[in-house]
Design a protein around this ligand. Structure first.
Ligand code: HEM
Length: 402
């Protein structure tokens, strides 16, 4: 098997459903491989880390747009204005505005609200008594959506719409997204654009203690962000912080069900929650891959030259299971030392929401485990995975709570 057939197989339904045997084959071939057609595949941990930080590799808008017209697709046009696909010096300008307001202090200050939102969702779950509940629908999709809306400053009465918007917009981030299948994403982009434009206007006249008001403040002081960029990057937060965190919750719960000893260890406090969350991120990453493009000649990754214009596929989920970085990488072990997953990327585009996602997950698992001592998988139909490669998670995960 060579790199090209590994990519081809990852794109099949079987490959999407369980990419890990293919990653193991990739590791046998080497950390970096030419994959034909101007493409390079990176699966090694150190090579991925190097590529994420390499100044000669930049974000690759083509891996999102696939040559489709931005004029015809508002969802792609919106994404093209976001920092996720920007390169220097543009990226630095956008990122500086966003990181001035999306600070560790703001995330820490959000903790009481995260606890409140988590407990309110768990109250609703508890009403099911001993009947099975669909965890993804009733909890894992709702928590991040509420938290991002709270952070941004979307009023409670408008939040019900945002879960749908975020779900529809997510199609733009899937590798090989079919531009002809973007109708729902395009509709959502137009509605979110209208909504955020109005919210920005409202906060400009009447600032509150929320991220929109803070961004408007930065915009007024530094003229770093125009209105279109401000709205596009608010939308990116919605998009980037939603299904990713949902998947972390689902993937983590599945590991708890498969490892009752870990569930007991977390309840007893003998396994630290942070170690558990990090091991879930490593073992079954909610984001499996990212892309880069060589911006100039002279780039080399893991010793392999990458000519200008070549596309680089970074298999983050494979790097996290590199046998030269982790002993027994296919073993789920939250007690292992030095877990440093690449699930949040690295370098200039390192995930802006990493701290928030970790806080949401540790709060959610902590409160779920202490509130429901009988938590377990529901009898009958087991969990079902979403048919996706880039964003790995569950469609359904039925549970019983009592
Ligand atoms: C478990 C949850 C999450 C995972 C696994 C995750 C993963 C990632 C990854 C891999 C990247 C880098 C993409 C690249 O280099 O091409 C990224 C970027 C980003 N993430 Fe996250 N993310 C998560 C949660 C969040 C949350 C909660 C937010 C915000 C509310 C967020 C906001 C962002 C933003 C704004 C970027 C772009 C940063 C830039 O391009 O400079 N993410 N995320």
């Amino acid at each position: 098997m060579d790199a090209e057939s590994i990519i081809a197989q990852l794109l099949t339904p079987e490959g999407r459903s369980d990419p890990y045997p293919l990653y193991a084959r990739a590791h046998e071939l080497g950390p970096v491989m030419p994959a034909g057609d101007g493409m390079v595949l990176v699966c090694g941990y150190e090579a991925c880390k190097q590529a994420l930080r390499h100044p000669g590799l930049g974000a690759d808008i083509n891996m999102v747009t696939w040559g489709a017209s931005l004029d015809e697709h508002p969802s792609l046009a919106m994404l093209s204005r976001s920092l996720l696909v920007a390169n220097p010096p543009h990226h630095g300008r956008l990122r500086s505005s966003m990181s001035q307001v999306f600070t560790a202090r703001r995330v820490t200050a959000l903790e009481p609200q995260i606890v409140r939102i988590t407990d309110a969702l768990l109250d609703t779950l508890a009403e099911s008594g001993s009947s099975p509940v669909e965890f993804m629908d009733a909890f894992a999709f709702s928590l991040p959506a509420h938290v991002i809306c709270e952070l941004i400053g979307v009023p409670a009465e408008d939040r019900h719409r945002f879960r749908g918007y975020a779900g529809d917009l997510m199609a733009t981030l899937e590798l090989l997204a079919d531009p002809s299948g973007l109708e729902a994403a395009d509709r959502a982009a137009v509605e979110v654009d209208h909504y955020f434009t109005a919210l920005v206007e409202a906060r400009r006249g009447d600032p509150r203690d929320d991220l929109v008001s803070a961004l408007v403040g930065v915009q007024e002081q530094e003229a770093q962000l125009d209105d279109e960029e401000l709205v596009a990057n608010l939308t990116l937060l919605l998009l980037a912080g939603f299904e990713t965190t949902t998947n972390l919750l689902g993937n983590g719960l599945q590991q708890l069900f498969e490892h009752p000893d870990v569930m007991a260890g977390l309840r007893a406090g003998t396994i630290p929650m942070q170690g558990f969350v990090d091991e879930v991120l490593r073992y079954d990453s909610p984001v499996q891959l990212s892309n880069r493009i060589a911006l100039a000649d002279g780039v080399s990754i893991g010793g392999l030259p990458v000519p200008a214009g070549n596309h680089v596929v970074l298999l983050l989920g494979a790097a996290n299971r590199d046998p030269s970085r982790y002993d027994g990488p296919g073993r789920f072990d939250p007690r292992r030392q030095d877990i440093q997953p690449l699930s949040f990327g690295g370098g200039a585009h390192y995930c802006l929401g990493a701290m928030l996602a970790r806080l949401e997950a540790s709060t959610a698992f902590g409160r779920l485990l202490s509130r429901f001592p009988a938590l377990g998988p529901a009898p009958g139909d087991g969990p079902a995975r979403r048919d996706r490669l880039t964003l790995r998670g569950h469609e359904t995960l039925p549970v019983v709570l009592a």
